[in-house]
Design a protein around this ligand. Structure first.
Ligand SMILES: [Zn+2]
Length: 246
């Protein structure tokens, strides 16, 4: 990793403003995860990307949320090399950059160990689409990645976590399936922006809790029909969407 001085003269004022806005948005998304009760202590991390410049803004590692400021957000390139910032980036940086490289349509990534979604990840069971709340966000179950091999854990663990996510997502549209449960770990979520990614993380936690309670009430509960799933998903997403205001 290499360092360049923060706010150096090499960057134009316009670019500095864009990065400042991205840092503020990334800080706000990280704080949103705390406000929603999805992260405790310094768990969890969210990042956003400036696609035009190929720059990622990510939470620093191990800094308490109550003391975090936009200046603490670390800027890296798509290979994870530090471009601006005095602090070390989140240890999960290489998972985030792997997702940005593989999914060009996403603009933000959020990772939490929120209780219910993490319980499903630990059970290594995908979250079935039991209702329309789920179908509004996911066109199908929330998938689970394959466990990593000892070799994948030993070397380049975070990059290999990203690779396992990407393998499991093959053939899926990342924006029609905006999260995955990493086996034995926790959810990774994404969206068109970092605030969208944080929103997805909140939704995944809610869907995980709802699905668990659905199965508690009726262990034989079945996923909704494809017709109902399609109706709810495609009225919110895609060219025929009718949800919200024009
Ligand atoms: Zn984690």
């Amino acid at each position: 990793m290499f360092y360049r001085s923060c706010g150096g003269s090499r960057r134009g004022q316009g670019e500095a403003r864009v990065l400042e806005a991205l840092r503020t948005e990334v800080l706000e998304a990280n704080l949103e995860l705390v406000r929603r009760g999805l992260v405790i202590y310094t768990f969890g991390n969210a990042s956003g990307i400036d696609r035009e410049r190929g720059l990622v803004a990510i939470k620093p590692s191990g800094v308490p949320y109550e003391r975090m400021t936009p200046a603490d957000i670390v800027i890296t390139d798509l290979e994870g090399r530090i471009v601006e910032g005095k602090l070390r980036p989140s240890t999960d940086l290489d998972t985030h950059t792997a997702l940005y490289r593989a999914f060009p349509g996403i603009g933000g990534v959020a990772h939490t160990h929120s209780r219910h979604a993490t319980a499903w990840a630990q059970a290594r069971v995908e979250i079935p689409c039991f209702g329309t709340t789920h179908a509004d966000y996911f066109h199908g179950p929330v998938p689970v990645s394959e466990p990593l091999t000892p070799e994948e854990i030993e070397a380049d663990y975070e990059a290999n976590t990203g690779a396992a996510i990407i393998r499991r997502m093959q053939g899926r549209d990342p924006l029609a399936c905006p999260a995955i449960l990493v086996a034995g770990h926790a959810p990774f979520c994404w969206g068109k922006s970092v605030s969208d990614a944080a929103h997805t993380a909140v939704i995944v936690e809610e869907l995980a809790a709802m699905a668990w309670q659905t199965l508690t009430i009726n262990p034989q509960a079945a996923p909704i029909s494809q017709a109902l799933r399609d109706k709810h998903h495609f009225r919110k997403h895609g060219p025929a969407a009718t949800y919200g205001q024009r």
